[in-house]
Design a binder for this molecule. Sequence first.
Ligand code: SF4
Length: 424
Amino acid sequence: MNSSSLARSTSSAEARPVIRERGQREVFCGLTGIVWLHRKIQDAFFLVVGSRTCAHLIQSAAGVMIFAEPRFATAIIGERDLAGLADLNDELDREVGKLLARRPDIKLLFLVGSCPSEVIKLDLGRAAERLSKHHMPAVRVLNFSGSGIETTFTQGEDACLASLVPEMTESDERRLLVVGALADIVEDQFRGLFAEIGIDAVDFLPPQHAADLATVGPNTRYLLAQPFLGDTAHALEERGAVRIDAPFPIGVQGTTAWFKAAAAEFGIAEAQVDLVTETRRARAAGALERYREELGGKRIFLFPDSQLEVPLARFVANELDMQLAEVGTPYLHKQHLAAELEALPENTRLSEGQDVERQLDRAREDEPDIIVCGLGLANPLEAEGYTTKWSIELLFTPIHGYEQAADCAELFARPLRRKRRLEV
Ligand code: SF4
């Protein structure tokens, strides 16, 4: 498999058989996205309008990181609110007023919907409009839903980014827009590489600061950095932006093909990308060598959780020689994943959606060496003797780009090493 073969999609990807299941699911809700988004947009604040359960979820998920000033909180909907005995909108306005008075550093406030706010039909869109009118120009107030009824895990980021698109200023300038939250270190590396390749007009969505929100228009060409951004892509296209077809920048091959796709769109020769990336490619390939020895031949089963499963499967199969038992994903976006699907080994078992008991049966039958899954499944599977990797870690750890390719491999190698040590 060479890198350029990742850049094209063909009809054979469309033709791959997919197991489609619509049963019981074991996934986190979209509130989880706040855990990495609040680190990314440095002057944003995420106010979840939800229950104590929502507050616990966010606090325990984000609790692995230490922050002096948290940029998220939960406005708890109490029993009086649920019973309709209090005017929730008045309470919300009061809480937001107090928060913004205390935290003048906040420039962008997201009201984040949850299951309870959805069940009581609290109109957060109108609340955001009302509050924006009141607090602009100092603070812009937007809303999106992270409710478990509507979203799973990474769809929270999609909903958040989609809510930013209408706020982008119209422009005819020909610019590249990289879409999807990336660790700052990865964003810096990518910005540097684009400049070396010859693409200087590059923006990132989400921006690091609210005031740096990119412009958009018919000459915007956007490149997805994450595979779970269907609604954001749709919103960008409504504003005239055009997607560059590419795989995702995971692993050496994916990263190279991603840069080449952008270069081709901007009229830059493939040879220029080869030249600029040569040293980094060689270093990353060298770093992957020892992981290939360690992981080559190991069977991996990916449960549907983050939507990163297909690019990850392509990376571990093609660059680490792992064997794919099953590649499950909550949602298979055939257009966005076309180049990835094309690069998967023949006969890869793909599944979309979940019927958790049936999928567990298939996993037990396969007896994989490692299972990638959500937290809810990991403990029971470990108790059965399987080695697992929490898929959420693949969102918390920088895995995109050349420098991070070995870190991504390490995430799969570590639990297997721990298991070996325990067996000694
Ligand atoms: S949004 Fe729904 S699923 Fe998510 S923590 Fe709150 S109640 Fe639970």
